[in-house]
Design a protein around this ligand. Structure first.
Ligand SMILES: O=P(O)(O)OC[C@H]1O[C@H](O)[C@H](O)[C@@H](O)[C@@H]1O
Length: 528
């Protein structure tokens, strides 16, 4: 297509949201009118399903749950007055709590104010808060935030070392919708021990954000933690940033959570439009469907050309891949659906993998995110009349042109600046795009059966470790791996037994291994 035709296509398909100052350009997705026509019946159904979802239908049939994250930013559309009331009360509770922490009404036993937040959570109980903190935390945030989002002992040590002098003034958020995620429970136990080692009462520093009646809620109540914020079963982890999961840490950092909610609400109104061309989420879903032939045949590469949006791609990985990456569709067909997401940040990534995107395997489509405001304040020239921000613009659009010239498609989202309203709007835009796309491919976007399989397998490995340790302790003399597996009635798990013993040995724990670690059959093990 020549420049003139491209310019016309750009204008024909340009979406602009005046209130938010957000542009969406899908002109570099090379679909034709026939494709758009062919998709209209699917979109009509998708809009119907989305309307029912927002009205309180059980849109998550596999778990028998409603899907209500849109109600969080517009309680008026909640399906019952009780739900509306709960949402409003929870929001007031969050704002009052943050205010009391900021003014010292709520403070640690030995100081007038809390100085730091330690957030312990994983998946949707971490990725949203991490993305928003990186994007929006003010330089002068009243409290700094730190995240334990994994059960890595060294990672926990590194973080605790970082804040050890401020533990006495640290507020701990334990975030877990289920209240039973092992990684989060482990992090909490290690942090509790750190507090106890410094004669600090953990409960005087702890807040729970968790599902009603969860094990975590019961623990927080029993131990008298500072506060508990409820999570509803109709908000999934990956769509929980505008629930207490995201709003409590954001408010504590002095981020304008009402602005986030307002931006999301404004975007939700835009993505309710039944006309494809007036609906930015539908335009995204159309582009994704086209790119991957409705089967995720191409990966979604997300490239924000702004450091503060660094974690947006990581946030989208969970939102997109945990929602769409499903083996079965709603009719029970095996479909192996999904869209792989990766990315980091623009211009930086041009020096990493953009080489492959430009010339290599064409198995992706790019999403550029352009922020019009370069910075707060004046930019010096790095060349006559040229600033660093001009370079960023040049690199973004230069890359867009270079890949398009080599038949690689891209979407461009342009926002005026990174602020709470716009971040809220971006979250809402992708919530809806994923929901519409899920309808187009007929999958349930709101459950995650695959994750349970992983958790189950992990607990079986831990049970095996307990079993073999019991056998080793009882035996009292060296055992070969074969003998140990036999006695533990785990003959088919001998390789895992070897790996468990290798890990214990590497950490100097409980077992003595003799023989050559590289020749497992030579090994014999006895209790330390
Ligand atoms: O918030 P939690 O219940 O601890 O769950 C944390 C995460 O666990 C699993 O990985 C789920 O698939 C995620 O959707 C969830 O965000």
């Amino acid at each position: 297509m020549d420049a003139r035709s491209l310019w016309k296509r750009y204008q024909d398909w340009l979406y602009y949201h005046e209130g938010l100052g957000l542009y969406l350009d899908i002109s570099r997705m090379r679909f034709d009118d026939a494709f758009v026509e062919s998709m209209k019946p699917k979109f009509a159904q998708a809009f119907e399903e989305m309307k029912a979802l927002e009205a309180g239908a059980v849109a998550n049939p596999d778990e028998g749950r409603m899907v209500g994250h849109y109600w969080l930013r517009n309680p008026d559309i909640a399906p019952t007055p009780e739900l509306k009331q709960e949402i409003l009360e929870n929001l007031s509770h969050i704002e009052e709590f943050a205010q009391k922490v900021h003014n010292g009404t709520i403070h640690p036993p030995s100081a007038s104010k809390f100085t730091d937040i330690l957030s312990i959570g994983i998946g949707g109980s971490a990725l949203g808060p991490q993305f928003v903190s990186t994007a929006l935390a003010p330089e002068s945030a009243p409290l700094g935030i730190h995240f334990i989002d994994n059960t890595d002992p060294a990672g926990i040590d590194a973080l605790l070392n970082q804040i050890k002098d401020r533990l006495a003034t640290t507020l701990v958020l334990v975030i877990s919708k289920s209240g039973t995620t092992p990684d989060t429970r482990n992090g909490m136990i290690e942090v509790q021990k750190a507090f106890e080692s410094m004669n600090l009462k953990f409960a005087d520093h702890a807040v729970a954000i968790t599902g009603h009646d969860s094990a975590l809620e019961k623990q927080a109540q029993k131990e008298g933690w500072i506060d508990i914020f409820p999570m509803h079963d109709w908000v999934g982890g990956r769509t929980s940033e505008l629930s207490g999961v995201g709003l409590v840490p954001a408010a504590l950092q002095g981020i304008d959570i009402q602005g986030m909610l307002a931006g999301a609400k404004e975007m939700d109104e835009a993505t309710r439009q039944p006309d494809l061309k007036d609906n930015p989420a539908a335009l995204l879903a159309l582009s994704w469907y086209f790119a991957g032939n409705g089967r995720g045949e191409k990966d979604m590469v997300v490239l924000p050309y702004k450091d503060s949006l660094l974690l947006f791609s990581r946030y989208l990985q969970q939102l997109v891949m945990e929602s769409l990456g499903k083996e079965k569709d709603l009719a029970g067909n095996t479909v192996y659906q999904g869209i792989a997401v990766y990315g980091n940040k623009g211009s930086t990534d041009q020096h990493a993998y953009v080489q492959q995107l430009r010339e290599g395997v064409p198995n992706f489509f790019l999403t550029f995110i352009e922020v019009l405001e370069d910075r707060q304040g004046h930019s010096p020239a790095v060349e006559p009349g040229i600033t660093t921000g001009d370079y960023l613009l040049g690199f973004l659009y230069g890359t867009r042109e270079a890949i398009y010239d080599n038949q690689r498609d891209s979407i461009s989202v342009t926002i005026p600046q990174v602020n709470p309203r716009i971040v809220g709007a971006l979250i809402a835009l992708y919530d809806r795009a994923v929901g519409l796309y899920a309808s187009l491919i007929n999958v349930n976007a709101y459950h995650q059966p695959g994750v349970e399989a992983g958790k189950k397998a992990a607990s079986e490995i831990l049970n095996l470790q307990t079993r073999i340790m019991e056998v080793i302790a009882a035996e009292g003399k060296p055992l070969s791996l074969e003998e140990l597996a036999e006695k533990a009635d785990a003959g088919d798990r001998i390789e895992m037994i070897y790996k468990i013993l290798r890990h214990l040995h590497a950490n100097g724990r409980q077992v003595n291994l003799s023989g050559n670690l590289a020749q497992p059959a030579s090994l014999s093990v006895c209790a330390r």
